[in-house]
Design a protein around this ligand. Structure first.
Ligand code: AMP
Length: 305
């Protein structure tokens, strides 16, 4: 089944207690895309970069299996830039810089070959642009998931609410779920967010795993305990790519299958955090992924006497 992904393709500069990077390749769509390829999906990318974006990175995207027909390269413009610093708990971070650059005038164009889209992942991006992509598809996809962050709540809440109304699944972290709903209890927050449109809400809790809500149904996938977490950047996007990649590859949107997808997303995210940027997720093999899924299985199962 075909998976269309929109989001940022970016330069990131990251500081964690384990080190610091200069500008490296990142962006929500980059992580979502890399993650989906690990499930045998060809992600069809809708994104924009400036002419400062390295040819090598584009080559890497192609090599790993991205469809780049929807990637615009803008002459004379600069790629989106984000810089962040993680606190010592590695769960929270401060955004130091967000330079929208080429994103400011981004008008997403959906290639004809993307019109078969059955699964749409709206990675973190301006909500007005996310909405344009939904409108640019002639047929509504079978499933639309959307990710967002506090940055957009702060500067574009009205647009954000309009876009949220159009999607089936919202993925959001715990702090942002509280900000969006005005509720401290995540149970109540999930309920309120479902009232805003999405039938499914996924609340990401960093090193404490992820929760899936659908009406009265609920499921929890823990995060794996890792010996070392080097850089959490992109964990949420990798999670989303794994979740949607799994649903697209199995073409099953039942709640039971979403539970499995949640575990696949969590397993893939556990790789991303082990090295800076995309270094680890890029290289993950299917055997490594199988190994992690088995670790989840034993972590999550018990017998009842
Ligand atoms: P995550 O750690 O999963 O929240 O995602 C981090 C990625 O999101 C980085 O690679 C950034 O380039 C990208 N990013 C940061 N801020 C924004 C923003 N306001 N809109 C879209 N993408 C962003």
């Amino acid at each position: 089944m075909s998976l269309v992904i929109i989001g940022t393709v970016a330069f990131d500069a990251i500081e964690t207690p384990f080190g610091k990077t200069d500008k490296i390749v990142g962006g929500s769509a980059t992580y979502v895309g890399y993650s989906a390829t690990k499930l045998g999906v060809t992600p069809k990318l809708v994104a924009v970069v400036g002419d400062d974006f390295p040819h090598q990175a584009i080559h890497d995207f192609k090599n790993i299996g991205f469809d780049l027909e929807g990637l615009q390269i803008k002459e004379g413009e600069k790629t989106f830039f984000w810089s962040g610093r993680y606190h010592s708990d590695m769960n929270s971070r401060d955004t130091l810089v967000t330079e929208l650059n080429v994103l400011e005038s981004f008008n997403p164009v959906i290639p004809e070959s993307y019109q078969d889209c059955t699964y749409l992942m709206l990675g973190n991006l301006a909500p007005s642009i996310q909405k344009k992509v939904i409108s640019g598809l002639k047929n509504r996809p079978k499933l639309i998931a959307m990710d967002t962050m506090n940055f957009w709540m702060d500067i574009a809440m009205e647009d954000l609410k309009k876009t949220i109304l159009m999607v089936d699944i919202l993925t959001i972290n715990d702090e942002e779920a509280r900000q969006l709903s005005g509720e401290y209890s995540l149970l109540k927050a999930a309920e309120k967010i479902q009232d805003m449109g999405p039938k499914y809400v996924i609340i990401k809790k960093g090193e404490h795993g992820a929760l899936l809500f659908h009406g009265k149904e609920m499921f929890y996938a823990p995060a794996l305990l890792l010996p070392k977490v080097v850089d959490p950047t992109g964990a949420g996007d990798t999670f989303a790519g794994g979740f949607m990649g799994y649903l697209a590859t199995t073409d099953d949107t039942s709640f039971e299958n979403m539970k499995r997808a949640l575990v696949y997303g969590s397993a893939l995210a556990s790789f991303t955090v082990q090295e800076f940027g995309t270094n680890k997720i890029k290289e993950v093999t299917s055997d490594e992924l199988k190994g992690r899924i088995n670790e989840f299985k034993s972590l999550m199962s018990f017998t009842h006497k």
